[in-house]
Ligand binder design. Structure first.
Ligand code: BZD
Length: 829
């Protein structure tokens, strides 16, 4: 802000901002003031939402002074800033996290009690900002939490979608999507800054012109939209640091055509506004299979261009020498969604700041790094040259030049191997001419990382093999992590207390200290207390489920949990086959019901609205659940629960209660997984394949405390190579055949054999993710689970060891790895 013109004389105007008194009285006073002056109600006329908003404002007030400070320092300090560019932030509820970070939980609870308010009632009304689809978006949220907690200057940049991930409901067992109007009841955690809006351009043409004897290019765009920043506080845990998450909202430059309005054509008069503002209207509910949607490319360019301009104009000092940009910033690309930022920074440096191309390219290459989150070839984003050229003509020219120079380098290194050139080109030719965004990111980035050891290895060996040969040092791994604040301290308060009692409070920021629990695994008294916490968490979950209209949990059941996006490669179908097989075994009398461990199978998953097969799988899970739960013959033994609308809030109730964590993707398909880490950290044992971060979890917790099954990645490759015929597995395995036959018979669809026919034939004749090949091994592993659970003492011991050995999976550790291996930035004191 430009304060040089202001000449304040009032003492308050020049005094530093101070937080309200950190006392129950101070808090209550501030809360009541906010209720009166911000919500415009008295305590007696306020409703629970007024009270929630006033509470949020009060928490903000305590963080404000530090936030001002940290933002001011960003300009003056020479420290390098991490700019995390992500199209998604799956934040979860904010209130508890911010109370905890600011050490206000107890004070606030007591202050509200004095006002006659139960803080729990206020917690319940917060609608979580679901500005992400799944793992990738939640990872971004964990990372910014850790960076704040570690005092690393960071700005998270993204999009303030008006509608986040859809609300899922079920009708007759089938998914129905409803809009997520998360802003409807107010958004107390963000601050709009229309004065800091950026103008973002699209389409048009490019032209060359003579600039004092130098030929330059400029972009003559066709239309603009305003990007208005909304700032959210990202408080560090107990360290006073407050970083910023800056989310952009699209606003029309010309809201309204008054002339057209006056002529009576109301719809036409706001057409431009509707068109422009659609850019930040809704999160693409996609996971892994991008559809070539123009609006999506608009979204990507919109937020990245605004972020780069914002950083250069508003965060850097005014006289900053752009040659030094790499010392001051690293733009971390969260998957390919922000990769259009590469040609954008080049455009800014060359066309606007008039740097030489080579100098600009040297800067750009140092300023970006790229994280890949997938292995599925169909999930690697490409944009048709046609679309990109229409929407961003100057960027396409820049991409072509980057590619030309890159391919020259390839020729110099490897000779005129035309096949290799075609394979490595940023421009693909089939089935249509397109820009391969992962390749652009790899060429431009200073580093490329995968998100677990196996994933990074497979990137080097397969997906980006030629690039890894050309630049071996560019490739690195950073295994994902999760924030222990949200996913242990807040989600599991009873286990947290138990740990703190045993080890002291330091584990919240130094998760490796959980190792101290190893010795306690052999302590019968500790085991008993640990088991009591698990039981209590199950009761809590049961209440949450009942409040949502689900059946409660049964005592004595093993809680078997599969919570993640619905995707064929994750193999929810394999889980269903296990359930159906067990059910069929009991009702046919082949299994003695007394030999079967009582289980509740709990699913949580959304399917992309356009992903037909995933939606059929949801239907099947619900159909099986209904039949199994209603069948007297398995009563008290098997139960299937599938609460709708799985989200971060629900995850926080499920994870602490889980006994068994299902991580059953086909080896080589799940980049990392992070739910696997959250569940292990909360004392669930994993049944899993050798995939993603499961590999590292198993290594750390030990084979005795992990149920491994299924083919390894090389075995998967070998089976593909020899020709995979799923029907052979069906023929050869009686249990598998009976399970599939039961589904095909219409037993779960009121006798209608057509309902699940596409699903059954897909399994029998295609089964891309080899569920049938891993079925027998999976069932055997489940038998080992049953046997292990029968010895409760041993099970609890294993659960404790899972907690004790999961400290590595803290996102704090992941951030240290990024700092050391990729960003070369350091925390500030
Ligand atoms: O990213 C996930 C991977 O599938 C997980 O294995 C991994 O643990 C996490 C974090 O690294 N990927 C996603 O969540 N991807 C998406 O959500 C997504 C969203 C839009 C478009 C494409 C993919």
């Amino acid at each position: 802000e430009n304060t040089s013109e202001l000449r304040p004389t009032h003492p308050l105007a020049i005094a530093p901002v101070v937080a309200p008194a950190a006392s129950v009285d101070g808090f209550a006073k501030q809360f009541l003031q906010n209720l009166n002056f911000d919500q415009g109600v008295t305590l007696s006329t306020s409703d629970v939402n007024d009270q929630y908003l006033a509470l949020a404002y009060t928490v903000r007030d305590y963080l404000m002074a530090r936030w001002f400070d940290d933002r001011a320092k960003q300009k003056t300090q020479q420290a390098k800033t991490v700019c995390y560019l992500s199209a998604e932030y799956l934040l979860g509820r904010q209130l508890d996290n911010n109370l905890l970070a600011a050490r206000l939980t107890d004070i606030a609870t007591e202050a509200l009690a004095q006002c006659g308010i139960d803080i729990d009632d206020l917690r319940q009304v917060e609608i979580e900002p679901g500005l992400g689809n799944g793992g990738l978006g939640r990872l971004a949220a964990c990372f910014i939490d850790s960076l704040a907690t570690m005092s690393v200057p960071t700005i998270g940049y993204g999009i303030r979608y008006e509608y986040g991930i859809f609300r899922q409901a079920f009708a007759d067992g089938q998914q129905v999507e409803q809009p997520d109007a998360w802003l409807r009841m107010g958004s107390p955690w963000d601050f709009a800054h229309p004065e800091a809006a950026q103008t973002i351009s699209f389409a048009g043409t490019t032209e060359t012109y003579d600039d004092d004897g130098v030929e330059r290019t400029r972009w003559v765009p066709e239309w603009n939209v305003l990007a208005v920043p909304y700032n959210m506080m990202v408080p560090g845990y107990h360290n006073g640091r407050v970083n910023t998450l800056r989310l952009w909202r699209a606003v029309a430059t010309n809201a309204f055509d008054l002339h057209t309005f006056n002529s009576g054509d109301y719809v036409q008069s706001v057409r431009a506004q509707t068109f422009a503002e659609n850019i930040s209207k809704v999160l693409y509910p996609e996971d892994s299979t991008p559809q070539g949607k123009e609006l999506r490319l608009q979204q990507q360019y919109f937020f990245v261009a605004a972020s780069i301009a914002d950083f250069i104009e508003n965060v850097l000092p005014d006289d900053f020498d752009l040659d030094d940009l790499p010392e001051r910033v690293i733009f971390q690309l969260n998957d390919t969604h922000p990769v259009i930022g590469v040609p954008e920074l080049m455009r800014v440096l060359v066309d606007e700041k008039k740097l030489e191309w080579d100098a600009a390219w040297a800067i750009t290459q140092k300023c970006f790094a790229y994280t890949c989150h997938t292995l599925l070839p169909e999930a690697l984003e490409v944009w048709s040259v046609d679309l990109l050229g229409r929407l961003l003509p100057r960027h396409l020219e820049i991409i072509y030049r980057i590619n030309d120079e890159f391919l020259l380098e390839v020729r110099e290194r490897f000779g005129d191997d035309e096949m290799l050139i075609r394979n490595m080109s940023i421009i693909g030719e089939h089935p249509y001419r397109s820009v391969r965004m992962a390749y652009l990111a790899t060429v431009a980035g200073s580093k490329v990382n995968g998100v677990a050891e196996l994933h990074s290895q497979l990137l080097r060996d397969n997906v980006l093999k030629d690039f890894a040969e050309m630049w071996p040092d560019k490739f690195t791994n950073v295994t994902n992590g999760v924030t222990p604040r949200r996913f242990l301290r807040l989600a599991n308060p009873e286990l947290s207390s138990l740990i703190t009692e045993a080890l002291g409070a330091g584990w919240t920021v130094d998760l490796e200290r959980l190792r101290g629990l190893e010795a306690l695994a052999d302590d019968a008294d500790f085991r008993e207390r640990f088991a009591a916490v698990k039981a209590s968490n199950k009761r809590r979950l049961s209440r949450v489920l009942e409040a949502r209209g689900e059946a409660p949990l049964d005592d004595g059941h093993l809680l078997d949990v599969m919570i993640k996006r619905l995707h064929e490669y994750k193999r929810q179908t394999l889980k269903v086959l296990h359930i159906v097989s067990t059910y069929e075994g009991i009702v046919s009398g082949r299994l003695d019901v007394d030999d079967v461990q009582a289980r509740t199978f709990l699913f949580g998953a959304k399917a992309a609205p356009g992903y037909g097969m995933a939606k059929r799988i949801i239907h099947l899970i619900n159909a099986v659940g209904e039949v199994v739960s209603a069948d007297e013959r398995v009563k008290g033994k098997l139960k299937v629960l599938y609460p709708a609308n799985y989200n971060v809030t629900l995850a926080e109730s499920i994870i602490p209660a889980a006994d068994l964590s299902e991580q059953i993707s086909l080896a080589g398909k799940e980049a990392s997984g992070t739910g696997n880490m959250k569940l292990a950290l909360n004392g669930a044992l994993t049944i899993g394949t050798d995939d993603g971060a499961n590999v590292e979890i198993r290594k750390l917790v030990g084979d005795d405390n992990f149920f491994l099954f299924g083919m390894s990645e090389p075995e998967v490759e070998a089976l593909w190579a020899e020709g995979y015929r799923p029907a052979d597995f069906y023929q050869e395995d009686d249990d598998l055949r009976r399970a599939i036959d039961l589904i095909a018979s219409g037993a779960f669809s009121n006798g209608d054999r057509t309902v699940f026919e596409p699903l059954v034939s897909n399994l029998l004749y295609d089964d891309r993710f080899m569920a049938l090949a891993d079925f027998r091994s999976y069932l055997d592993a489940q038998d080992r689970v049953d046997a292990a659970y029968a010895d409760q003492d041993a099970w609890v011991r294993s659960a404790i060891l899972n907690v004790a050995r999961s400290g590595y999976f803290s996102s704090d550790r992941a951030m240290r790895d990024y700092l050391d291996r990729i960003w070369h930035a350091t925390p500030v004191s």
